[in-house]
Design a protein around this ligand. Structure first.
Ligand code: PEP
Length: 255
């Protein structure tokens, strides 16, 4: 399949930013800037407390709402956690799972990431699964092995039908929030490694149909070059998604 047949998905990851009133203001600013830009799917992944405001403010627009994490259990004694069913009932369509900040600060492992992916898909959410190497792994020349292993472990037990609702975000950890960006060639090459891993797991047709985003200091200035690469089908954007203009320039670049 050629790249142009795959959807392009531009997703913002707001992280722990924006109160509900600030969220509403940002969305109102963003709406006219991305209106009618149907050449990509535009998603904003917001803190739990902003979900209600975001769902309401994006009604009737081309902006979809996502969450930044989800728990793997359906319900129970998990104080402070949020289930997949809670998210879908609130109107959430997407969820980020396995972000490197969750892995680094909150003890997420490939096992718990895999459990969360399963729970999210079961509930009908679309998953943005984050994988990527840390700096030492890139410097040691083991990036390909690391992303391939994460892909296999995080998708263990997920079948081809479920994969229709999985997007993979390749996010080199050394590039997240650091201002360091993978070169377009590095991004393309490692997204290609992930695609080859998917091909070995599910066959070439599914690998060619899967959306693989790049994330890591993507911004208004570098998005076009990154998105032009054969294996890069969109972006997961942190810092630049908090500025309506910058995020909309990235959406424009994806058209
Ligand atoms: C992210 O949080 O997924 C991310 C890529 O952040 P940033 O764009 O700020 O590097």
């Amino acid at each position: 399949m050629d790249k142009s047949k795959r959807p392009v998905v531009i997703a913002g990851n707001w992280k722990m930013n924006k109160t509900p009133s600030e969220a509403k203001a940002l969305i109102e600013e963003l709406k006219p800037l991305v209106a009618g830009k149907t050449g990509c799917e535009t998603v904003i992944c917001v803190p739990y407390v902003d979900i209600a405001v975001a769902v309401e403010a994006t009604k009737g627009t081309n902006i979809k709402v996502g969450a930044e994490n989800v728990h793997f259990a359906e319900s129970g004694a998990y104080t402070g956690e949020i289930s997949a069913k809670m998210l879908t009932e609130c109107g959430v369509e997407y969820v980020i799972i396995g972000h490197s900040e969750r892995r680094q600060y909150f003890g997420e492992t490939d096992t718990t990431v895999n459990q969360r992916v399963k729970a999210a898909l079961m509930a009908g959410l679309k998953v943005i699964l984050c994988i990527g190497e840390v700096k030492e792994q890139r410097l040691s020349g083991i990036t390909d092995e690391v992303v391939s292993m994460q892909t296999k472990l995080d998708l263990e037990g997920i079948d081809a039908e479920q994969m229709k609702n999985v997007i993979i975000a390749y996010e080199p950890v050394w590039a997240i929030g650091t201002g360091l960006t993978a070169t377009p060639e590095q991004a393309d090459e490692t997204c290609g490694v992930i695609r080859r891993t998917l091909s070995a797991m599910y066959g070439e047709a599914l690998a060619q149909a899967t959306v693989i985003q790049y994330g890591g200091s993507m911004n208004a200035g570098n998005a076009a070059e990154l998105l032009a690469k054969l294996n890069v089908d969109g972006g997961l954007i942190g810092g630049a998604s908090l500025k309506a203009h910058d995020f909309s320039v990235i959406v424009d670049a994806a058209q």
